[in-house]
Design a protein around this ligand. Structure first.
Ligand code: SF4
Length: 366
């Protein structure tokens, strides 16, 4: 039962959210146009509590970015380098193994793998990375390769998207990250990430994964040149995609970090906009179970507040993050289990440790 009064012109949206009625495209626009952040946050918190109660998820995970060498040159990306350029790297399989073994004493439940589209690496390398993870950590969930990487591997190998997914599944793939979606707008794609997938192809690859039992995440990159109509359109397309397959686990709004990119003159998204995106995505994506406040991108301070604005997941320990840190993120490189639990408990919420597939991990000690 909700015990707060809606004083603003968002009351009819509140009524829909309260009764579980789906919000329309126009409702999404009105939410983005409103500056009544607290009301939007209250509505999103109501939906979050209806879906997940006080449960707030985190995971002990490790990120591995095997190569930052990429054939594409997306304008918003600070991570990629061209072969031979300063800062370019390509991990050998021994290095991948070493990175995993360095953390072997920690009870990590998810290994998250994404990287560049590196023309010098053979197709088999991408499979071998997963084989190495399986050898070193037979029990861990492997969440690897965005839809953009799947399409790239298909092009490189001459195989279909589905066949690439089958090959990856055979060596341990269980889940896919949500990257590469950016914003589902042809206008923005032409300007910022011309060589990437169309929205239809991105969603199609995720549907192919869902058909095979691979669960996936979805993202939206905001705070660059996109309009609010494009943001809402992105959310509506994801919602339609989820209606068809039900295979998306979590939605993660990702703020554009301009530092060290070709768009460094743009201002960084504000905390106000970060919270608004978390809250509006919770309200619009009625068929997604989880909304994540990715602390690496938001900062731990904003991520904590986001947990009362619709988010029910804060990601994980991470260990070594390159993509946002190369774009100027000044957050820590890792968090311990205790720190993650404290961050959540301090908000009056219940920390729940999960694996990549949202299986709950029971432990006797914090
Ligand atoms: S966003 Fe991905 S595809 Fe684009 S340049 Fe960066 S690593 Fe390459």
């Amino acid at each position: 039962m909700i015990n707060f009064q809606i004083q603003s012109d968002l009351s009819n949206i509140f009524n829909k959210a309260e009764s579980g009625e789906r919000l329309s495209f126009e409702d999404g626009i009105r939410l983005y146009e409103s500056n009544d952040l607290l009301t939007i946050g209250k509505m999103a918190d109501m939906v979050r509590k209806r879906k997940n109660g006080l449960k707030t998820y985190f995971t002990m995970n490790q990120h591995i970015n095997p190569t930052n060498i990429c054939r594409n040159s997306c304008l918003f990306c600070a991570f990629y380098r061209k072969d031979g350029e300063e800062g370019a790297y390509r991990m050998s399989l021994d290095t991948v193994r070493q990175k995993l073994e360095e953390r072997i004493d920690e009870d990590i439940r998810e290994v998250h793998i994404v990287g560049g589209l590196d023309d010098s690496l053979p197709y088999e390398y991408y499979l071998d990375v997963l084989r190495v993870v399986r050898e070193v950590r037979p029990e861990v969930n492997i969440k690897a390769y965005t839809a953009v990487e799947i399409a790239y591997l298909a092009e490189r190998s001459g195989k279909s998207w589905g066949a690439v997914l089958d090959d990856l599944m055979a060596v341990g793939l269980q889940a896919m990250p949500g990257g590469g979606a950016e914003i589902f707008s042809e206008r923005v794609k032409r300007k910022l990430f011309m060589d990437k997938l169309s929205s239809e192809d991105w969603i199609h690859i995720h549907h192919l994964a869902h058909e095979r039992g691979i669960r996936t995440n979805a993202t939206m990159l905001y705070g660059h040149i996109e309009s609010i109509e494009e943001r809402v359109d992105h959310l509506v397309k994801l919602r339609e995609g989820q209606d068809k397959s039900g295979g998306f686990l979590t939605f993660i709004p990702l703020a554009f970090h301009p530092e060290n990119t070709k768009m460094h003159k743009l201002p960084q998204a504000t905390g106000f906009d970060d919270l608004k995106n978390i809250a509006i995505s919770r309200l619009m994506l009625d068929n997604f179970d989880h909304i994540k406040a990715y602390w690496v991108m938001l900062s731990t301070k904003i991520a904590q507040i986001a947990l009362s604005f619709g988010a029910d997941d804060i990601d994980g320990s991470v260990v070594e993050e390159r993509i946002y840190h190369m774009a100027g993120a000044d957050t820590a490189q890792m968090m311990t289990r205790k720190q993650l639990r404290n961050l959540i408990s301090e908000c009056g919420l219940e920390p729940v440790e999960r694996d990549a597939l949202y299986h709950i991990i029971q432990r006797d000690v914090a």
